[in-house]
Ligand binder design. Structure first.
Ligand code: SF4
Length: 214
């Protein structure tokens, strides 16, 4: 891509991010219950990013910090990827784009609600169109897998993550299905030892390659 095109792509993305930051869809014209707080969209994007982290939605800690993955899940995700905080929060290398940009609130049992349904149809394709350099994207959890994988998505998280070799070989950028790094998945990690033994080393190698652009 010529320099001028890269600059105009970056400008288009900056304008898009400004529009997202001003979004009030889930408060003003929601398709379901009104968002129970003021919107605070949290994402990290730059047109130069080569690695994508596509998760679910911010939790309360991230809602307060305004920065993605500033919670124990983020610590574990960075360990899975083999990256430092400095690398993870370098937007020219890593784009962090959850399926819902705002904290969705809690359900009656005190668990995080799913990503807001309004968000992906409104914004997601436009954000993806402005990340032309992506080489590898981590699909963290079922919502990102359902949106990005289409027919490659399987019936369950385990089946989908188990087919990671097939998925990365058939997608460009390489899409890497993962469970959510929450402590809630500790039992899943224990009962699927191939995840740490086989998948994570390959993930780290691909991430390292994307970070250096080599
Ligand atoms: S979750 Fe998405 S659609 Fe809803 S208010 Fe936030 S940015 Fe807008």
């Amino acid at each position: 891509m010529a320099k001028g095109q890269a600059r105009s792509g970056g400008e288009a993305l900056s304008k898009l991010v400004r529009d997202i930051k001003n979004c009030r869809l889930c408060v003003d014209t929601p398709t379901g219950p009104v968002l129970p707080h003021e919107p605070r969209p949290v994402l990290q994007v730059n047109a130069m990013a080569r690695i994508g982290v596509f998760g679910q939605a911010p939790g309360l800690k991230v809602h307060h910090s305004g920065r993605p993955f500033t919670d124990p899940s983020g610590v574990r995700l960075r360990a899975w990827m083999g990256v430092s905080e400095e690398e993870f929060y370098d937007s020219t290398r890593v784009a962090i784009v959850p399926m819902g940009f705002c904290f969705p609130g809690y359900n009656a049992k005190g668990a995080d609600l799913p990503p807001r349904k309004e968000c992906a149809p409104q914004w997601r394709q436009r954000v993806m169109d402005n990340l032309p350099k992506l080489e590898v994207a981590l699909l963290v959890g079922r919502y990102a897998q359902a949106w990005h994988l289409g027919q490659l998505d399987r019936a369950t998280l385990t089946e989908t993550v188990k087919t990671w070799r097939e998925v990365i070989s058939q997608t460009s950028p390489k899409l890497f299905p993962l469970p959510h790094p929450s402590w809630r998945n500790n039992a899943w990690i224990k009962t699927n030892p191939w995840f740490e033994a086989d998948l994570l080393p390959e993930l780290r190698a691909l991430v390292r390659q994307g970070l250096c652009g080599c």
